[in-house]
Design a protein around this ligand. Structure first.
Ligand SMILES: O=C(Cc1ccccc1)Nn1cnc2ccccc21
Length: 327
């Protein structure tokens, strides 16, 4: 019965969090992503102009999955593609002896430029893995029957190292009770329903909640347009900036806390998390940590929300469930 824990190191402004993973005989820094289901990495097959500065997987230690290829496009239109090998993967001591490794032969500039990240480790449901002609399992699905309990947990922090655990829930990482809600796996995400929102200009609760996904691969908190608009109506100097493509606010502002009701419990995102980052280095205008989810089709509870809670991704029962607890 395997259990393990691995650090989640914050990148600049907590834009993403990276964790060390051993693949074959390389140690790479991967972005654990509950919003996708592909484990892909830069490789010795990637064009040098795209992979400069990145750690590379060398497929010589693996076994090629003949005829298998992959091609993924994320919500922000960043993309990557390549071929597939089976190799040993170790995360915090948890070992998958034969995990599908998606070696990149092409990546978009967003990944080339993010030199700290050597790839992604998908933790959504394997139903949305992009390998063709036969989708393969995520790391979690590959090892889940060997885990003490088929769960993983997410403990992200603002501006500090957090952690992922596999196979157990760490009671020292949260206070109070865990609130569990059912997960709808139809879209391959850890999808749940939030009951309602309050805070900021929404001093009166906005009542209605909505469908949302828990997504460690997204930096911000994307909410219904009416909720985002209402929140910033209570923030001096905040406005929707079409050029920036979202709400901005003065970096000097301390925005109000934001509350989310889930499973009958209220979780609070400290206002300081919502003054996210300067538009450019040295700018006194900051980009908001809450943005509108217009055009996405559901809300996205990304890192801005997840770093305010302890999150349990539980596939140990008859159907998957999400747990949230105060940190
Ligand atoms: O794609 C998204 C969220 C998103 C943004 C905009 C529209 C729709 C959805 N997150 N994400 C999850 N994993 C990712 C990996 C790279 C980039 C973004 C990633």
């Amino acid at each position: 019965c395997q259990t393990g824990e691995v650090a989640a190191d914050p990148q600049l402004y907590d834009q993403s969090y990276l964790s060390p993973v051993t693949i074959g005989n390389s140690e790479l820094m991967l972005d654990f992503d509950t919003g996708s289901a592909d484990l892909w990495c830069f490789s010795t097959e990637s064009p040098a102009v795209q992979s400069a500065g990145h750690g590379l997987y060398n497929p010589s230690t693996g076994t090629e999955l003949d005829g298998a290829f992959w091609d993924i496009t994320y919500g922000d239109q960043s993309a990557a593609s390549g071929n597939v090998f089976a190799d040993k993967v170790v995360v915090g001591g948890v070992t998958a002896t034969k995990q599908a490794i998606e070696a990149a032969t092409s990546v978009s500039y967003e990944f080339t430029e993010d030199v700290a990240s050597d790839g992604l480790l998908g933790l959504a449901f394997s139903s949305i893995n992009t390998i063709l002609p036969q989708p393969q399992t995520t790391f979690f699905d590959t090892v889940r029957n060997t885990l003490a309990k088929a769960v993983f947990t997410v403990d992200l922090k603002k501006g500090a190292a957090g952690s992922y655990t596999f196979g157990y829930i760490d009671s020292s990482k949260y206070s109070g009770a865990i609130t569990y809600v059912p997960v709808n796996t139809a879209n391959g995400f850890w999808q749940f329903t939030a009951d309602g929102y309050s805070g900021g200009g929404n001093n009166a609760s906005t009542g209605r909640g909505g469908v949302a996904i828990a997504d460690t691969g997204t930096s911000l908190l994307y909410l219904p347009a009416s909720v985002a608009k209402g929140y910033y109506s209570g923030v001096q100097g905040a406005s929707f900036d079409f050029r920036q493509g979202g709400y901005t606010l003065p970096c000097s502002a301390t925005p109000p806390d934001f509350n989310v009701a889930i499973g009958g419990k209220t979780f609070t995102v400290p206002g300081s998390y919502i003054n996210y980052a300067p538009l450019r280095a040295g700018s006194s205008t900051c980009f908001g940590g809450i943005q509108a989810d217009s055009g996405i089709g559901f809300s996205i509870f990304g890192d801005v929300f997840l770093k305010a809670v302890y999150a349990i991704f539980d596939d140990s029962g008859s159907s998957p469930k999400l747990g949230f607890a105060a940190q």
